[in-house]
Design a protein around this ligand. Structure first.
Ligand SMILES: C[S@@+](CC[C@H](N)C(=O)[O-])C[C@H]1O[C@@H](n2cnc3c(N)ncnc32)[C@H](O)[C@@H]1O
Length: 334
């Protein structure tokens, strides 16, 4: 056990510190610009994160949520692979201010070679500054790189692509996933917003990874085609994120948290990293009724079904009451 602050707390403190340099009005304006840009037509021909105010707004406003989503996805991977595995090194493509590098560090504490690639220099500069607060991330390399069809990555055990695909053309999405598949020694993790479009991009990435010989470690219990019918539903999960003071200032209200919806796939190169996916995955918020819990599950046989767990099931019923959306089912024996 560590006797110092967790990476999540260190990140939170470092992000709160950023806002001391940015007057509240400028921060709110930068967030408005950011939201407008992200609503505009993406992909863009040039970085959305153009200057210090943009990246400060991104880090303070979005990074806590992308950090938590990436951390949940990495938890899914960690639960499926041997407990003594941790990535020997990590490359984060389109890493921006480094949310996924913090998430990897939170999931597998310890120093390791880390490379963050992005085309937005102000994002890399701020990411480097924030990372200075964490001795295990301080040595990370922050390098300018543009995702194109020519992208070639140096080998790394783990490659992450977090909240990036949505900013790319179809050809560049394929290029970055293929480059990640070639470069990763052990695993690739792709995270996107939990929207129908984000899910579609995750499925596209998942298909390419499986075609390249990868196996899905999480969230799917199988590597066969996703049973969800596109347009009817989308596989996504939710993670609770404490709101920063900037959030409260921009969004108003006094809610102390918000829920970030995300879709993801964690895939392994089976010869290098064996994975045992969850036998079943809870793909919706469980419905708790009087004396019963309804679980919507994705099954290892590649189908979806609903299981009703009642009081008669004893310990399993108690476990179902504690089971959350996104968990494995039945709960792994502790
Ligand atoms: C929404 S941010 C996500 C940042 C970070 N991965 C996270 O999870 O918070 C998208 C990032 O992708 C980067 N990006 C977008 N298009 C890119 C491209 N063609 N080449 C390199 N980076 C790109 C942006 O500069 C930005 O930092």
């Amino acid at each position: 056990m560590r006797d110092h602050a967790s990476p999540a707390e260190t990140l939170r403190t470092a992000l709160a510190g950023l806002l001391e340099d940015l007057p509240p009005k400028a921060a709110a304006q930068a967030v408005d610009r950011l939201i407008a840009n992200y609503r505009g037509t993406t992909p863009t021909g040039a970085p959305v994160l153009r200057d210090r105010a943009d990246v400060t707004a991104y880090a303070a406003y979005r990074m806590p949520a992308t950090f938590e989503a990436a951390r949940s996805a990495l938890d899914g991977l960690a639960a499926a692979v041997p407990a003594d595995w941790s990535p020997a090194d990590h490359t984060d493509v389109g890493g921006g201010t480094g949310a996924a590098t913090w998430a990897v560090n939170a999931t597998w504490p310890g120093a390791r070679p880390v490379t963050v690639l992005d085309w937005a220099e102000p994002a890399l500069a701020l990411g480097r500054e924030i990372a200075a607060a964490n001795p295990e991330l301080a040595p990370a390399q922050w390098r300018r790189a543009r995702i194109t069809a020519a992208l070639d990555l140096d080998p790394a055990a783990l490659v992450t692509v977090s909240y990036v695909l949505g900013e790319l053309t179809g050809a560049d999405r394929e290029a970055v996933v293929d480059a990640a598949a070639r470069a990763a020694g052990d695993a690739v993790v792709v995270v996107e917003p939990g929207t129908p479009d984000g899910y579609a991009r995750v499925i596209e990435a998942r298909d390419r990874l499986v075609a390249a010989g990868y196996r899905v470690a999480a969230p799917c219990p199988h590597s066969a085609a996703c049973p969800i019918v596109p347009g009817e539903d989308w596989c996504h999960f939710s993670v609770r994120v404490a709101r920063s003071s900037l959030h409260r200032q921009v969004k108003g209200g006094s809610l102390a948290y918000e829920d970030e919806k995300f879709s993801y796939v964690a895939a392994v190169r089976p010869a290098a990293l064996p994975a045992v996916p969850a036998p079943l995955r809870v793909v919706r918020k469980p419905q708790i009724r009087k004396g019963q819990v309804l679980l919507d599950l994705c099954d290892a046989d590649g189908t979806l079904h609903r299981e009703t767990v009642t009081k008669r099931h004893g310990a399993l019923y108690r476990a179902a009451r504690d089971t959350a959306w996104g968990d494995a089912w039945p709960p792994p024996a502790s």
